[in-house]
Every structure is written in C-alpha cells, then in structure tokens.
Design a protein around this ligand. Structure first.
Ligand code: CA
Length: 225
C-alpha cells in the first residue's frame, strides 16, 4: 500500500520510512503539514500517519483541512504521552485511530493493517476468492493452503486487486504500489507482473480472475470475502 507519513522528528520519520518500506509499502515521508497537504492533493495515498505536534500547520489542522475538502483517506495519528486531549481532538477532527508515543513498531503495524483492511471493506486478516487465500499479515498468497510462490511485487499487485475486487484498477494505481512518486517508472512492468500472476493462478488453481479492461486497467472479477 502507499502510505504518507507526516512526522517532524527526523529520526522517527526515517525509522518509520525504513520499517514500513521493509514491510512492502511504498512510503512518502514528509516533515511538515503544508508539504503533506500538497502531496495529498497531487498523489494518491492509501493511508496517512500524522504526528499531531508539527511545526507550522499542526497535525490537527491538516486533518481538519483534509476532511473539510471531503478527503476520506484513513488517518492514524501519533500523539505525545499523557496528552489525552490530543487524542480526543484528533479523533473529533476526523482521525480514524491513534497511537501514543513512544510505541512499539508492531503495534503501529497491527493498527495500520486493521485500518487498511477496513478501508477496503474487509474485517479479517485474510481475503479469499475460491481456493485462493491471501494472508494479509504474513503477505502470502495460498492456494489450498499451499504457497503460490509469489515475488514481493507480484503479491502487492494481487493484494491490491483483491482488496479492490470488482472495481477497475488503473495501471497508474498499481504502479503507485511499486514505486515512490519520484522514482523512474516503467508501465511495462505492470503487464509483466500481471502476466506472471495470471500464469501462476491458472496453473495452481485453474483460475483466471484478472481481466484486462482495455484502456482502463485491470479488474479482479471474482468476489472476494
Ligand atoms: Ca512532533
């Protein structure tokens, strides 16, 4: 998934950037709210992690602005310990969950996975279509409980398509799952990855769930639960 981090403490920002990247997310890490607001307007993100104590525009104002323009992006706020008013104000401003600093990375990971699932309409850590099952926590695709042997990039594409099943997903959107905004992109990569996914799904499960919608993108046609 594509995550936006807004955190002014450089050490924590870098730490989150590298841990979340290791988990297979594409991370856009920013130090101030104004830049974050600009990037939210320009690019797509699947979730934002926003520190409330920021220099200049505060995290609270950033969330209020987002919600006032009708942005539904899931938001997890980071607040300082003991400042319960911050949590209440943050949630009232439109944040979806909060975490108190200092926190264990594992807790951040669990909360963010839960928010991402809920944003896609799933409540469990597992998404299935027929014999195919994704374990969202372990980032594995299984057919009859046997690993499908996907690469990290193949998994990211399949997960995104399944979480957005029965919707057309553009190549652009899939590319955002693989590359940061300032990285060099190659649209052919998506075709290659989708081709490999199709072959693996067909040979392991006899499934052909990924349809090409000409000029628009791809559609995962099976219903996912
Ligand atoms: Ca701060």
């Amino acid at each position: 998934m594509k995550l936006l981090i807004v955190e002014d403490e450089a050490l924590l920002r870098h730490h989150l950037y590298s841990r979340l990247s290791e988990l297979g997310h594409v991370v856009d890490a920013q130090g101030d709210a104004e830049e974050a607001l600009y990037r939210i307007g320009e690019y797509h993100h699947d979730l934002a992690i926003i520190d409330l104590g920021l220099p200049g525009m505060s995290g609270l104002d950033l969330i209020r602005q987002l919600r006032s323009i009708g942005h539904t992006l899931p938001v997890l706020i980071l607040t300082a310990r003991g400042n319960w008013q911050d949590k209440v104000e943050g949630l009232a401003a439109g944040a979806d969950d909060y975490l108190v600093k200092p926190f264990q990375f594992e807790e951040l990971e669990a909360r963010l996975n839960a928010l991402l699932r809920r944003a896609s309409g799933f409540t469990q850590a597992s998404v299935s279509a027929g014999a195919l099952r994704l374990d969202l926590n372990r980032k594995q695709a299984l057919v009859d409980e046997q690993s499908l042997g996907l690469t990290a990039y193949e998994y990211r594409i399949l997960e995104y398509l399944m979480l957005h099943h029965q919707q057309v997903v553009s190549k652009e959107r899939l590319m955002e799952q693989l590359y940061a905004d300032d990285e060099e992109r190659d649209a052919n990569v998506i075709e290659v990855l989708v081709g490999r996914l199709r072959r693996k799904l067909e040979s392991a499960a006899g499934m052909r769930p990924i349809e090409t919608v000409r000029g628009q993108g791809y559609l995962f046609t099976e219903r996912c639960r």
